[in-house]
Design a protein around this ligand. Sequence first.
Ligand code: ZN
Length: 271
Amino acid sequence: MPELPEVETTVRGIKSIESSVIERIDVFNPNLRWPISNDLSFFLDNKKILSVYRRAKYIIIKCSNAHLVIHLGMTGKLVFAKPKDTLKKHDHMQIKFANSDQVIRYNDPRRFGSAHLVKNKLEDFRLLSNLGIEPLAEEFDGNFLFTKARNRNVPIKAFIMNHHIVVGVGNIYASEALFLSGVRPSIPARRVTRKKMEVLVKNIKYVLSIAIEKGGSTISDFMNTKGEQGYFQIDHQVYNREGQPCNQCGAKIKKIIIGQRSSFFCSSCQC
Ligand SMILES: [Zn+2]
């Protein structure tokens, strides 16, 4: 499943469409997680793209009159192709640009992704309006997390994965950041000290940045229709390593379930 780093890499990969004019949008199959609105083309054809950016795991294409908001779901991807290239199975939407021999196609075998036309204020759009802070934003710091965690009894891992608090910290990134910080995933959020929260925030930013960096180095493969686009992974210290020795102390990595998600940790390095 595309996580924040893959979405960020996709956004960087399609940045070159900024300032382009959309010649036309074709929807081949509107039946994604939510049906693609049938007035997409009416509103966006012949409109200029002002900017492309990411909010949480949403790709925002800001046009002169509206926003196109895309979520990749479980298996979605945006790829560059030539207009004459034959459509692939699961290509559901295509954006063609004026005076360009490139198109972008949205491919999604499982169709859990979505594409939304937002004509009103983006901040009020229902899928974005309740989202927490961006993990790579400067304002996301130890103090922010410590303050938010007051009186919160939920396990720290569930807390940092709560997208009303901070967005984009998926299961793998949460597990790895907690390991690097020496914080056990199961302890109540309110019991994590301010100092530990500072370390934890640093490590959340670190694991996400490493994954984005990795994505950056494979960006042409990532955006190219010719190769199969794989999702990249960081080297796991604990994630999916139950029973294997901890790379730091040799103790066996343990697995517990927190908030219905598998959580991996070292009981000697994380307390
Ligand atoms: Zn250990």
